[in-house]
Design a protein around this ligand. Structure first.
Ligand code: NI
Length: 398
């Protein structure tokens, strides 16, 4: 086919020259990602961070495509079929994201990877398009995403500690939120990427570039992804769905008011068709309906979400006192005192799986794991930062 390009603020152009990739982009499941925001609740803190999963998916594809084009070792390490397979996997790796990104995983009690695999394996338009290659291809793409493909380089390219997914989201999330923490020297990483012993590595001379990437990731997590105000929003979201489920347990007819959540309330696993219907727009509409609910708790939580009346937060030591304050003021602590715990380890060393580490291709031909060579990364490994907070409405302390 004639080469197509899509404009993008991070990569300049996203280049598409395979008919398969173009057809995948034009499926309804991929287009759904236009209705899922990449950062869920982050825009309550960084209002410009409203970019979509679709844009990130195209970006991850573009980074994988550049790896294949610019890294000579990869050109020879992969067959043509494997190249097409890894491009498809990069494009499709986030298909299974529910609304509001990761916060919905707790509500649905599942991981987005599971739905990604289900959508790839069908029934879905994605599966139909993949079957145009042949009837084994969809399973091969899925195996790259769940790390079972026999050529482990493919999984390393799209999901390891230095991969197309992370390289795109750090650059994109930092650009779109207007923060300066996520800057990564993508050009240099690609220029110095090598394959040694069937392992993706970067040349020893790029050690400072990789150190800077680890620091960027570390700062993005604490400054953006785990920002307490966006966790406050997520706490309200969790309480709202907890309330909805409690109401449903008492009275099944509640689904008639919120038919978009029928499958979510009734069963553990949604069909691909049911999952397809859940997106950020559906949720916003449901919250607008809930503003008029007869139930005061559901109504209040929906207003808080829509109008950004966030919960306050404090250290988790105060949980008991807050629970008492809640009861005194007539608020049910089940929905109004929410504990949240986050933890981020800046860098994990080798744990028995090649894709768990970042490898340096040393000048003498050896492969060395990053923390063995970098004193900066070595010292970061002692950091195991945890943060536990309780979220509550400020009215209970008045
Ligand atoms: Ni991703």
């Amino acid at each position: 086919m004639e080469k197509r390009v899509i404009r993008d603020p991070i990569h300049g152009y996203i280049h598409i020259s395979e008919q398969l990739i173009w057809d995948l982009i034009n499926t309804r499941e991929f287009q759904r990602l236009r209705r899922i925001r990449q950062l869920g609740s982050t825009p309550v803190v960084f209002p410009s961070g409203t970019h979509t999963r679709q844009l990130h998916s195209l970006g991850a594809y573009e980074v994988a495509r550049r790896m294949l084009e610019e890294v000579d070792d990869l050109k020879s390490a992969l067959t043509e079929r494997e190249k097409l397979c890894v491009l498809a996997a990069a494009l499709l790796h986030d298909l299974g994201h529910a609304p509001f990104s990761h916060s919905f995983e707790a509500i649905m009690n599942c991981r987005h990877e599971d739905y990604t695999i289900r959508i790839i394996l069908g029934p879905s338009e994605i599966n139909d398009v993949l079957n145009n290659v042949d009837d084994r291809f969809a399973a091969e793409v899925a195996s790259v995403i769940d790390h079972t493909h026999p050529n482990t380089i493919l999984s390393q390219m799209i999901s390891s500690q230095l991969d197309a997914d992370r390289l795109d989201y750090l650059l994109r999330d930092s650009y779109c939120t207007g923060t300066a923490y996520g800057k990564v020297d993508l050009d240099r990483i690609l220029r110095t990427m090598r394959v040694r012993d069937n392992t993706l590595a970067v040349k020893q001379s790029s050690i400072y570039t990789v150190e800077s990437y680890i620091m960027s990731r570390y700062h993005m997590y604490w400054q953006v992804y785990f920002h307490p105000n966006s966790r406050s929003f997520d706490s309200i979201l969790k309480s709202l769905f907890l309330r909805l489920k409690d109401l449903y347990r008492e009275d099944k007819t509640v689904v008639e008011q919120y038919p978009m959540y029928k499958a979510l309330l009734e069963k553990k696993w949604l069909s691909n068709e049911e999952f397809f219907m859940l997106d950020d727009d559906t949720c916003s509409y449901s919250f607008n309906l809930m503003r008029h609910s007869k139930d005061p708790v559901l109504r209040d939580l929906a207003v808080r979400i829509m109008d950004r009346h966030l919960f306050e937060y404090t250290s988790s030591e105060n949980e008991e006192a807050l629970t008492e304050a809640c009861l005194r003021k007539g608020y049910d602590p089940r929905y109004y005192v929410v504990k949240d715990h986050q933890r981020q380890i800046p860098y994990l060393p080798y744990l028995g799986n090649d894709s768990d580490s970042i490898w340096l291709a040393m000048d003498n031909g050896e492969l060395k794991e990053l923390s063995e060579v970098s004193t900066v990364v070595g010292s970061l490994m002692d950091i195991n930062e945890q943060d536990e907070r309780v979220f509550y409405p400020r009215e209970i302390l008045k």
